[in-house]
Design a protein around this ligand. Structure first.
Ligand SMILES: Nc1ncnc2c1ncn2[C@@H]1O[C@H](COP(=O)(O)OP(=O)(O)O)[C@@H](O)[C@H]1O
Ligand SMILES: [Mg+2]
Length: 301
């Protein structure tokens, strides 16, 4: 089956913005989600991710959220690079260009590197959420597909289609990650809304028996926390973080900052020590270099 973007997004194709005039050369497709199609592109020596939207209204609202968050003094600063329209077969399609994030999904990462990595990745993801929340927004559609894990467990959020100012109704969601689906709270943009999805995201990535696959078909009256508790009991890593997960699933933390502090305490100690042991040599070298630098300064002072 051919799609509207086959031609425009073929490797080597040029995409020219109608208004800003910048030209991007397609390297390859990165993914196609429900709201758009994303390609890795080049402009000169720089690489970016370019997303073209199917639905103009949704796409524009996504650009607006991304634009707002790109202006904040956070790690999202300058995430949005360009926004423009292109013409494909006589039809105008809007697109935007953002930072390209190299990495893999959290599920693939822990599958390759081990489930203990959840402690490090979880901390990094919570810190990202804290940044979004401190800027006055809620991420909204937090799920495995909307984040990328890179080397050393660093985390980046992608897909800002669900970003909503605090207090408003959640505008985009994915059923099993939504607390409304589980009858566990309202679809309102609160920090606790993202934290609920965060807990589901962790459980889903740890769920080796693929229990989640059956969850979307459960009747509303049968959706309850017992199904999630079963996964926590089956999996050693999930059971280690179960006290945190229970609190989050019951919307007990009102801020992600509070949740982050609780998380840090819970994962420090035995398990954290393990993750430090697994710290890649580069990070250890970096720590050692700082120590040597400090010692040199001390000796020569
Ligand atoms: N900035 C980016 N860097 C690298 N890959 C990306 C980036 N943005 C999106 N992708 C890839 O494209 C896929 C679809 O993008 P996404 O924005 O989630 O689309 P949708 O809104 O349709 O779900 C993502 O799951 C990811 O694999
Ligand atoms: Mg997505």
């Amino acid at each position: 089956m051919t799609t509207w973007y086959d031609e425009a997004f073929r490797p080597g194709s040029e995409i020219q913005g109608k208004w800003n005039g910048r030209v991007y050369v397609v390297e390859r497709l990165l993914g196609a989600g429900s709201n758009g199609i994303v390609a890795l592109v080049r402009r000169g020596a720089a690489r970016f991710a370019l997303k073209a939207g199917h639905e103009t209204v949704d796409h524009q609202s996504e650009i607006n959220s991304l634009h707002a968050i790109s202006l904040t003094e956070t790690s999202f600063k300058n995430f949005l690079i360009d926004a423009d329209d292109m013409t494909v077969n006589g039809k105008e399609i809007s697109f935007y260009v953002m930072r390209y994030i190299e990495g893999i999904s959290i599920s693939d990462f822990i599958h390759k590197r081990g489930q203990d990595w959840i402690y490090v990745i979880g901390s990094n993801l919570l810190r990202k959420l804290t940044e979004v929340h401190k800027s006055g927004y809620v991420f909204g559609d937090l799920k495995i597909e909307n984040m990328i894990v890179s080397k050393y467990g660093d985390v980046d959020l992608i897909d800002f289609g669900g970003v909503t100012p605090k207090g408003r109704a959640i505008k985009q969601l994915t059923e099993v990650y939504d607390r409304g689906f589980w009858n566990m709270g309202e679809r309102v943009a609160e920090e606790s809304y993202d934290l609920f999805s965060f807990a589901i995201l962790l459980l889903k990535s740890l769920d080796q028996r693929k229990r989640f696959n059956g969850f979307s078909n459960i009747l509303p009256q049968n959706r309850d926390m017992d199904q999630l508790t079963t996964i926590m009991r089956e999996n050693p890593v999930a059971s280690h973080i179960a006290p945190f997960l229970h609190k989050v699933l019951n919307s007990e933390f009102s801020t992600s900052q509070e949740a982050y502090q609780y998380w840090r305490k819970l994962v420090s100690g035995k398990k954290n020590a393990q993750s430090i042991l697994k710290m890649p040599w580069l990070k250890i070298c970096f720590a050692a270099s700082i120590f040597i630098f400090g010692a040199t300064v001390y000796i020569y002072w």
